[in-house]
Design a binder for this molecule. Structure first.
Ligand code: CO
Length: 646
């Protein structure tokens, strides 16, 4: 395995540089002292309070920087949650406010393990498990799930977790193969008491081998794969300064939050010495998984993986040669634990280059002269494990100005034990007696565009067939109709295959060689719409799921599609993306934010079990008149290798 040497750490101060461990320690100690915190206080998050856009865009090296931390703090005795901003530079608390009633901050890391212990130690739970033939609590596995909102009186005013339970046949077994379906303990996370055990009846616990590692499984590892290594003898082509990255003509900064994970800041393109902004900020705003199975075991499941679980805090430490190959630069993610101590995930973000086949090619068929260029992409990624599922989030920057985002979904299906003779129309039997319900994964991205400047507009393309008349003699003409949006309500739109609908963010004040406004176009990949009814809890909480795109006028308070605190939120309030759009602000020549909602429709299948082959889904942001011509024209000719002969 190749080992890369860590670059010498050099770091120029910048207002977007993430907080270091020592800055987090300082921020926590400032607020602890000023607010006289005791043991009742838990920290849900403490990260960089991002400076204002003006501050970032006007920043010049050497300018003074006010380092601040944004915190979410839980008082577990009063079940009150507070937002705070602390100035590390001025050593004082700038603001400290209680959040609205009926909302909860996301799970705190410690609560995941506490909930499991609480459930296993509960006599009522032990009795219910015994009814299923399970008596050894050491073999029981309890996955915490968000409680959602279903108007249950007993749940009001509590901070809750619901649990899915599984059992291993022996230590080291894959517990997901033996679900204790229908047994759902509900736990108060503040007091760590089981407030009730929901039990919809005993189902069989199947005794089959559902393992995915060769040591435990019933398969042999294949032995005919030869080595495949990536070697870059001259090192990588990128340069890193703190969290600032330069690669080819791209420049950007890497950010990270406990909620969103990886954030791309200030993505710029150096176009012959002119630095042209493309994106101000891009990150996942939420990911929601609605399940289609109406059974008690699953009908409450609609996980909001960012706002309820904090998918950034659940990130993996990546391993060279396994998660990423080649010349890698890793970035640690620094967050906070419940006690306010820094919590660092080493190697959370991976940066590397990949060969990506042919960038462009042409052969003169008369002379046989061939010109080809290799495409290369810069990969910025992280992987996170949210209980049974694993998600990789990948941003790719290409040598032709293209930006791509891709999700890699893998891990373990959420499964249910079938009852004898049960209808499986709500899912697929993936192993004898094991059913995986049909479900969807919606990924919402907040992409603050900045195409050649802050003031952008949005154009929709629809292709129409020309009418049959004298101008269309062969009755086959078609053309693109362009509509420019004036306000937010016009710009709540869905994909339309019949018109090949696309959306382009343009800058009407910046023109290319042909006099066209410069732009970047959103090219959606696979997508789908939700199937839950409007009256359902999930659609009340996330009505934005009904539209594939929203475009809003920039407001720094509007960061997350389901609002700031979706955990246990009833929905229907004003803090939600579709409500932001109802403000109907101008998006013509304004600071525009693009929200793309991407749906992965998961028809579960036997091949997804006992571990899912990676599902890929993504979208592109492609330069569309941003450049005057193919931006990859100047790529060098590849060196021609001698062909290997046998
Ligand atoms: Co799935």
């Amino acid at each position: 395995m190749l080992q890369t040497e860590k670059h010498t750490v050099k770091m120029s101060p910048h207002p977007l540089e993430p907080l270091s461990e020592s800055e987090i320690m300082k921020a926590v100690s400032i607020i602890r002292k000023e607010k006289n915190f005791g043991d009742e206080i838990r920290f849900e998050q403490a990260g960089l309070k991002e400076p204002s856009k003006e501050e970032v865009l006007n920043f010049e090296t050497g300018d003074p920087i006010n380092r601040r931390s944004f915190m979410v703090i839980l008082n577990r005795e009063t079940n009150q949650t507070f937002e705070a901003v602390v100035s590390i530079t001025d050593e004082k608390v700038i603001s400290y406010e209680k959040i609205a009633e009926g909302q909860q901050a996301s799970f705190i890391m410690e609560e995941y393990t506490e909930l499991e212990e609480t459930v296993k130690n509960n006599p009522e739970f032990q009795k219910a498990a015994a009814k299923r033939g399970v008596t050894d609590m050491d073999l029981v596995m309890v996955d915490p799930w968000s409680a959602g909102y279903f108007g249950i009186e007993e749940d009001e005013g509590r901070r809750l977790g619901r649990a899915l339970c599984f059992v291993r046949r022996y230590e080291g077994d894959n517990a997901y193969g033996q679900p204790l379906t229908g047994l759902i303990p509900v736990v108060d996370l503040n007091t760590q008491e089981v407030i009730r055990i929901e039990d919809s009846g005993v189902r069989p616990v199947y005794d089959t081998n559902e393992n995915y590692v060769p040591e435990e499984g019933d398969f042999e590892t294949r032995k005919d794969l030869k080595r495949l290594d990536i070697t870059m003898p001259d090192g990588p082509s990128f340069e890193v300064d703190g969290h600032s990255v330069e690669w080819q003509k791209w420049q950007f900064r890497i950010g990270y939050t406990a909620r969103e994970g990886l954030v791309l800041h200030t993505v710029n393109y150096d176009d012959d010495g002119k630095v042209r902004p493309v994106l101000y900020r891009a990150a996942l705003s939420e990911m929601i998984v609605p399940y289609g199975y109406p059974d008690h075991a699953h009908n409450w499941q609609n996980a909001f993986d960012a706002g309820e679980y904090g998918l950034g805090q659940l990130a993996n430490s990546l391993v060279l040669g396994c998660d990423c190959k080649g010349e890698i630069e890793y970035f640690d993610a620094v967050m906070v634990d419940a006690d306010g101590e820094p919590m660092t995930i080493p190697n959370a973000v991976c940066l590397h280059e990949e060969d990506y086949g042919v960038a462009w090619k042409h052969t003169d068929w008369r002379t046989g002269e061939m010109e080809v260029r290799r495409s290369r992409r810069l990969v910025i990624s992280f992987f996170t494990t949210v209980a049974n599922y694993d998600y990789g989030f990948y941003w790719y920057l290409y040598t032709d100005g293209t930006i791509e985002h891709e999700v890699k979904a893998t891990g373990m299906l959420n499964v249910s034990a079938l009852q004898e003779g049960e209808d499986t129309k709500y899912g697929t039997e993936v192993a004898p007696g094991i059913m995986a319900p049909i479900h969807q994964h919606f990924f919402n991205y907040r992409i603050d565009t900045q195409i050649d400047g802050v003031e952008n507009s949005v154009v929709e393309y629809n292709t129409v067939a020309s009418e049959i008349n004298d101008d269309n003699p062969n009755k086959n003409a078609f053309y693109a109709e362009e509509t420019i949006f004036e306000t937010e309500m016009e710009a709540r739109r869905n994909i339309n295959l019949e018109t090949a609908r696309r959306w382009k963010v343009i800058n009407e004040n910046s023109k290319n060689l042909m006099g066209q406004p410069v732009g970047y176009i959103l090219e959606p990949g696979e997508n789908v719409s939700p199937f839950a009814h409007d009256q359902s809890s999930i659609m009340q909480r996330a009505p934005f799921l009904k539209k594939h795109v929203h475009f809003t006028q920039y407001d720094p308070a509007e960061m997350f599609a389901p609002g700031m605190y979706p955990n246990q939120k009833q929905g229907g309030g004003m803090d939600e993306l579709s409500k932001y759009a109802e403000k109907d602000r101008s998006i013509r020549n304004e600071d525009v934010v693009l929200w793309y909602n991407m749906g992965l429709h998961h028809y579960t299948k036997p091949e997804d079990w006992p571990v899912m082959p990676t599902i890929y889904i993504g979208f592109y942001l492609k330069p569309f008149g941003f450049f005057d011509r193919n931006a990859a024209l100047d790529l060098p000719r590849p060196s021609i290798k001698e062909q290997r002969r046998n």
